[in-house]
Write a protein that binds this ligand. Structure first.
Ligand code: ZN
Length: 204
């Protein structure tokens, strides 16, 4: 890994992305942002923060993967089917699309989950091809972000740690409307935390 002068001056304890790293966007879908079926009330900084990381990884040619909740209309997690969530991220709906203001790079890999009507999948690894894709790409370190911190993001982080991946939570690009307990659980994992400035990304 070649460090630029810039990144070398940042905290040496935070691993810098290299070609064995990937950016993992967890469910950056309309339904999890303000105005969406399961969206937070407001977070004006989240989209630009996510965008900054996408551009940084894209510029450097490092892999970018996105998970998406991709439910059939009769999914078991929906309240009308006896589940606990409002209807959200129905396959092909606007709510299931990646946030309208995010520019996704060409070549980004999309991993669908929760596609079986009878099974829910909070974690991006659950019943999906995510672990295989990361292995194929020889990824050892994942930099993780996403709006749905309470559930999907938390579970994805935990599974990534269990798989033995080095996990860096991009804490300035995750949803903040989450219970203190959830943050405690997340930050008790082996995952490290970083911000854009830790990665030598200058504010735009
Ligand atoms: Zn869901």
């Amino acid at each position: 890994m070649r460090l630029s002068k810039d990144s070398a001056s940042h905290s040496s304890s935070i691993p810098q992305p290299d070609r064995q790293s990937a950016l993992l966007l967890v469910d950056p879908q309309n339904d999890f942002f303000p105005g969406g079926a399961m969206g937070m009330t407001e977070d004006i900084n989240l989209i630009p923060a996510i965008d900054t990381y996408i551009k940084h990884f894209s510029r450097n040619g490092w892999p970018i993967l996105a998970t998406r909740d991709w439910h059939p209309p009769n999914h078991c997690s929906f309240a009308e089917q006896g589940g606990v969530h409002p209807t959200h991220c129905v396959q092909g709906s606007r709510g299931a699309q990646f946030h309208t203001d995010l520019v996704m790079p060409p070549g980004m890999m999309v991993i669908s989950k929760g596609t079986d009507a009878k099974k829910d999948a909070g974690s991006g690894f659950e019943g999906s091809s995510l672990a295989d894709r990361l292995e194929d790409l020889d990824v050892k370190t994942v930099f993780i972000l996403g709006p749905a911190t309470q559930d999907c993001l938390k579970q994805t982080i935990m599974d990534a740690c269990k798989l033995g991946l080095q996990v860096i939570i991009l804490k300035d690009a995750i949803g903040t409307e989450t219970s203190a307990d959830t943050f405690k659980e997340i930050f008790q994992t082996e995952a490290m935390q970083a911000t854009a400035s830790d990665l030598g990304i200058k504010p735009t």
